[in-house]
Design a protein around this ligand. Sequence first.
Ligand code: ZN
Length: 270
Amino acid sequence: MPELPEMETYRKLLNEQIAGTVITGTEVTREKSINVSPEAFNEQLTGRTVWYVERRGKHLIFHLDNGKRLELHLMLGGFLFFGREEDKPDRTAQVTLRFDKGNLYFMGLRLGHLHLLSVKEVEGALSKLGPDPFDKRLTSEKFAALFDKKRGSLKASLVDQHVIAGIGNCYADEIAYTASIRPDAKIPLLRDEDWERLHRSMHSVLKEAISRGGYMDQPLTATDVLTGGYESVFQVYERAGETCGRCGGTIEQIEVASRKAYLCPGCQKE
Ligand SMILES: [Zn+2]
């Protein structure tokens, strides 16, 4: 599932392509991906200008000139492509937004959605999200306080969007590894210095991933060379059996709160 760095890469590249441009038409092949009828969707979007695209956690919000918003969550398997029909990947688009410059295709939206909402509805839909990892007010102390009442494992809370928004399975493991803490470490046992390390690691891992375009394997446009550059940088995620770059130990896969987790038992401590 795309996480903060992947959605941030989409946000950046989409703004370059469509900010300030007009939607000239829409096409919907899967009604369940949207929240109104395809006719109403088309009527309300055609002729509207997209002012800009914003990211919140793993969501993207398209700001339209009539005060409405399109709220996107890709969930598992969702991805985007912007360009001409002939350059598009050979996959069905559940929703297409047409622009003069090209089409924006929403694909793999089996679990994901693209909802047309008012400002108030967007705020309601996203009201339970925890803070963004890059929120300037989120100091190391405030970060640690997010986990105050949590009793379970570190990973279960790192991926909980109500605690902090944007981190999923993949970056939770990378952040725990960078901080030298096991993903199954019990939260009440973590000390102040562990939280400081986790806070620093969260920033360094996510910043590096953003700068390398995240891990999505499908480029956004035919000329996009940014997307997916982080795939080869993973230290532990999906690397079970490989050698740890830090201590030479062997990376293992374990289960934490019914999720897979990857770690190096040699250099990640409880
Ligand atoms: Zn190691």
